[in-house]
Write a protein that binds this ligand. Structure first.
Ligand code: PRP
Length: 191
């Protein structure tokens, strides 16, 4: 972590929302829930975890190791262009899945479900590939920010409308490697 500056205060100065331990505990619980839901129902096929880059990479890495059913990963990337600040809510695919998912049990994995525009778009796109099933797992859910109706099947934590960093989540690409989830101070935002 670089030195603290007014725009990028050191993470240790920020209030903790969820500790590393709390995140690990919830991730294990969700992994156990997914294991219970899928074990014996996959026709011997691995389930496919699809992470949405970049924020979901860390949650996906931990979640995959908490699921006791064979699983593979894939990743997609979308542009954040237009999202949240523009009413059109245009989301564009930058990187598609590498392997076919037709007939597979798929879980889209996100770090945060906010307006819902990203996951609505990705869900529609993935359904075109005719997976056997499609569910959504997210580390954080901010229901108050939703612009389109979409819910995750697995949610580690519901939070109010707070700006958070850490555990994959960034502010201006920084802080993704912080191992707990912290509140980014409003006075430092917007620079
Ligand atoms: C974040 C997050 C989700 C999206 C959720 O991505 O990872 O993909 O926003 O927001 P929505 O529900 O309002 O669509 P971001 O654009 O910050 O990219 P990143 O994952 O690379 O940090």
């Amino acid at each position: 972590m670089p030195n603290s500056t007014p725009n990028f205060p050191h993470a240790s100065t920020m209030d903790i929302l969820f500790t590393k331990q709390q995140i690990a505990d919830r991730t294990r619980e969700i992994g156990a829930q997914i294991t219970a839901d899928y074990a014996g129902h996959t026709n011997g096929q691995p389930i496919v975890l699809i992470g949405v880059l970049k924020g979901a990479a860390i949650f996906l890495a931990d979640l995959a190791r908490s699921i006791d059913v064979d699983n593979t990963f894939d990743f997609v990337a979308v542009s954040s262009y237009g999202r949240a600040k523009v009413s059109s809510g245009a989301v564009k695919l930058i990187k598609d899945i590498d392997n076919p998912i037709e007939g597979k049990h798929v879980i889209l994995v996100e770090d945060i479900l906010d307006t819902g525009l990203t996951l609505s778009y990705l869900r529609g796109l993935m359904l075109q590939h005719k997976p056997a099933s499609l569910k959504i797992a997210t580390c954080l859910d901010k229901p108050a920010r939703r612009l389109v109706p979409i819910e995750a099947d697995y949610v580690a934590f519901k939070i109010p409308n707070q700006f958070v960093i850490g555990y994959g989540m960034d502010y201006a690409e920084r802080y993704r490697g912080v191992d707990d989830i912290r509140l980014f101070p409003e006075e430092a935002a917007g620079h």
